[in-house]
Ligand binder design. Sequence first.
Ligand SMILES: *Cc1c(COP(=O)(O)O)cnc(C)c1O
Length: 426
Amino acid sequence: MTNAGWFARAEAVIPGGVDSPVRSFRSVGGTPYTVVSGSGATVTDVEGTEYLDFVQSYGASLLGHAHPRVIAAITEAATKGTTFGAPTPGEVLLAEAIVERVPGLEQVRFVSSGTEAVMSAVRLARGATGRSRILKFDGCYHGHADHLLVAGGSGVAELGLPGSAGVPAGAIGDTLVAPYNVVPELDESVACVLVEPVAANMNLVRPVDGFLEGLRAECDRVGALLIFDEVITGFRVGVGGAAEMTGVTPDLWCFGKVIGGGLPVGAFGGSAKLLETLAPAGPVYQAGTLSGNPLATAAGLAVLTGVTAEDYAGLIGRAEDFGKRLCQAIRSGGLWSCVPSTGPLLGLYLAPPDAGRSAPSNYLESRAIAESGLYPAFFHEMLSRGVALAPGAYEVLFVSMAHTSDHLDRAVEAAAEASAAVAATL
Ligand SMILES: *Cc1c(COP(=O)(O)O)cnc(C)c1O
């Protein structure tokens, strides 16, 4: 059956045909390809078309699809039983692996998604401080919990939503929103400041010098907790994540994506003293039937213990070089482009050639470029050349450890042609 056939069946039984809005082609037009398999840097759809994949499950995949070591770990774990409702060695091993790699982090609790991780970290921050208000930044995405769904990036931005219907005013009444890259002035009503230390859900926006340091100082001044949402950056921008990379240590970390090795896992953590506030030791309740699931922790452990600092350095070198060449290729094709990078994360901004723009430092600037409206056409030109970018202008490119120089060369070539094709329509 064709992609169109599968998607029609999907739309009949799944709202919008997708289980997460970012997967729909709403913001780029057309019908999504339905994936049957993936291997390393590529995915194959139901029609047998292979794509060079820069989606990589929006960052859940670091080693590439179906990595033999991860498959072996999952298979072995599965033969022993998939969930018990009792402590398991696997969750201890993964917690140790995480804590060892992230300077300043002492304990983590596992959950089943990034959304749950952030939701739980915020509850912990409120419980520990006895305060209600939280502050987030415009264009940052922190999952789909009610109180965090204002001024969200990723799919919320792609669908042009200010927030979400179904979220009562009361749920967001204690959520303050500030522009990214400006240190807000806080007062003692604020429980926590929640930030993506590198913003990767409004396309890529890097923290300017002094921003994260300033947040740290301002939180300390008023006794608020600083939460780094490292669901994308954790174990992606380097062994110790964004905290280690920037040298700014938060009070709480949130993880997801990479730490699950492609299975559903999230985690949040901080100092042992702060985490004592959680049940059963403390009064802040938080729980999960499948939390610390043996399959998921085995997959995560296989990823974390299978990559070295040298692997990250190699990946970052390849991705940075690719980003530069991608930008040049698009410019040579006739469009204006900017491809900022942080670690292996790449942004991708496109605009008409005479736009005279520079790399955005906040959501409004990122949106202004997205609204130039060139991304959908560029996306489809790339897809028709066998290169799959995310179907939305606010996502980043994920270069996995499985992307070879050949793959990246191919993508650069495709980008030059795609740019020329789009430029010809202007
Ligand atoms: C993906 C993401 C989340 C939500 O994680 P889910 O596993 O999709 O619930 C939270 N924060 C950031 C920064 C993310 O990129």
